[in-house]
Design a protein around this ligand. Structure first.
Ligand SMILES: CC(C)(COP(=O)(O)OP(=O)(O)OC[C@H]1O[C@@H](n2cnc3c(N)ncnc32)[C@H](O)[C@@H]1OP(=O)(O)O)[C@@H](O)C(=O)NCCC(=O)NCCS
Length: 185
């Protein structure tokens, strides 16, 4: 299954995507607010094996439909430049209702600020709206993560509440802001 937008094609990840994924998954700036990373090559390979096995709708690879120009020059069409994760139950403190999905997103750093996350996540939400049993999507971000809060606003997700000490990484606890969107049909 694929999703197409003006500039992007979203498709399942495969283990062939390791080099592309590692560009962002190993980048400390990308991982500043994430629960994972920066990845070793081994981490990325293992994650991709899981992502390939889980498939759609759990993990969407964001690929470019046309060439783009990034910090290190041309990024060819077809490159995986990020991902959208769709998580079901068993996600931490969230309501474990089967009618809720939690979304997460990442884009490689040299393409930030071009609307790629907003465009990709919007397409995933539109696909989720087609699933009759789903009522809400949730997403969490660290309170100081302005870019992600912007993506929430662009997509119409509203702030629900702050979750104190929600995520632990390297012995440090971080708060999260929980956002939600009703999938009104
Ligand atoms: C969050 C992330 C996916 C956004 O990707 P993106 O493709 O740049 O997102 P978009 O361009 O669609 O939207 C980002 C918005 O934030 C804005 N922005 C970026 N940095 C900002 C900052 N420091 N302060 C305020 N706004 C900021 C951009 O200008 C843009 O707003 P605009 O569309 O009104 O111009 C990207 O920054 C990323 O991958 N970060 C690392 C991984 C991560 O933290 N993921 C989210 C976990 S909750």
């Amino acid at each position: 299954m694929t999703l197409e937008t003006a500039r992007l094609l979203l498709r399942p990840f495969t283990t062939e995507d390791a080099a592309d994924v590692h560009v962002y998954a190993s980048d400390p700036a990308v991982c500043r607010f994430t629960e994972w990373g920066p990845n070793s090559e081994e981490d990325t390979r293992e994650w991709l094996e899981d992502a390939e096995a889980a498939g759609i709708p759990a993990h969407w690879a964001i690929t470019l439909r046309d060439d783009a120009v990034g910090a290190a020059g041309r990024i060819p069409a077809g490159t995986v430049v990020g991902g959208v994760g769709v998580y079901g139950e068993n996600r931490g403190p969230l309501d474990a209702s089967p009618s809720i999905r939690e979304l997460g997103w990442v884009v490689r750093r040299d393409l930030w600020g071009r609307g790629i996350a907003t465009e990709a996540v919007r397409a995933v939400i539109e696909a989720l709206i087609e699933q009759d049993e789903l009522e809400q999507v949730h997403a969490r971000c660290r309170p100081e993560h302005k870019a992600s809060a912007k993506v929430m606003a662009h997509l119409g997700l509203s702030l629900v509440r702050r979750i104190e000490n929600d995520v632990e990484r390297d012995g440090q606890w971080m708060h999260s802001d929980l956002y939600a969107l009703s999938l009104a049909r």
